[in-house]
Design a binder for this molecule. Structure first.
Ligand SMILES: [Fe+2]
Ligand SMILES: [Fe+2]
Length: 251
């Protein structure tokens, strides 16, 4: 495939390219603003000061990521307030109980990281004002994930907490894979790849995410939800993704 044309200024983009660009940026600003709110709640719900202070720090970082997208959307002539107002409720969208610390811990380990794997695509976007702003975002996200992994390891030491974490994970992960990564194929996907709005296929991105996750789960006792949990909500999965999920199962 020939390298896609890059655009460095908002006035250079239009038509179908701009439409998809705004759609992807909308998806990210939904995730960033929702995550800011989840970490905001986590300040109250976290079990100790160390976690509360981290939650406050992460909430501020997610707010900064949101602001970056807000400004980029303004530059493109969009109304970011209107876009954000159209976002579904975070707790409903991700099926979370935000008064429960373990739900927030599962969220940090699964949903926030799914967002990072999308951002890894955007940092190479052919719309360079967006691409260039995402390095800093990804650096923050590494810290969020490190904390998510640490929390999993702490939870795993207590069989009762681990069982509860597993139950939440069994409903959050299938929903997350379905909602965060979108369809496996289709005209929009092809357009994104052709025009450099994404660099890898949905299948490749999902597999990179699941493989990384499996690396942190091994040895903790946490296993992937049964494949039936993905099928039950009609989460589309490539055979290669099923294979990864099937490689770390209960029993
Ligand atoms: Fe973020
Ligand atoms: Fe994050």
């Amino acid at each position: 495939m020939a390298p896609a044309t890059e655009f460095a200024h908002p006035e250079q983009v239009g038509g179908a390219y701009k439409e998809l660009l705004v759609r992807l940026m909308t998806r990210q600003i939904y995730a960033e603003t929702a995550t800011a709110e989840v970490f905001g709640k986590a300040i109250s719900v976290a079990p100790n000061w160390k976690e509360k202070a981290l939650a406050a720090e992460f909430a501020a970082e997610e707010a900064r990521h949101s602001q970056g997208l807000y400004d980029l959307l303004l530059d493109l002539g969009e109304d970011p307030e209107e876009i954000i107002a159209g976002r579904p409720d975070a707790a409903d969208f991700w099926q979370l109980d935000l008064d429960n610390w373990l739900h927030i811990a599962v969220f940090n380990f699964t949903v926030d990281r799914a967002g990072s794997h999308q951002i890894m695509e955007y940092r190479q976007s052919s719309y360079t004002p967006w691409a260039d702003s995402q390095e800093e975002v990804l650096a923050d996200e590494e810290d969020h994930y490190d904390n998510g992994v640490e929390n999993l390891k702490a939870v795993a030491k207590d069989p009762v907490q681990l069982a509860e974490f597993q139950a939440i994970f069994n409903s959050v992960l299938p929903n997350c894979v379905k909602r965060a990564f979108g369809r496996l194929t289709g005209a929009d996907n092809d357009f994104c790849l052709e025009h450099g709005l994404k660099r890898n296929s949905t299948e490749e991105i999902v597999n990179r995410y699941l493989t990384e996750m499996r690396g942190h789960m091994e040895g903790t006792g946490l296993v992937f939800p049964p494949l039936s949990a993905f099928d039950a909500i009609k989460c589309e999965l490539a055979p290669s993704s099923r294979e990864i999920l099937g490689s770390l199962q209960a029993g």
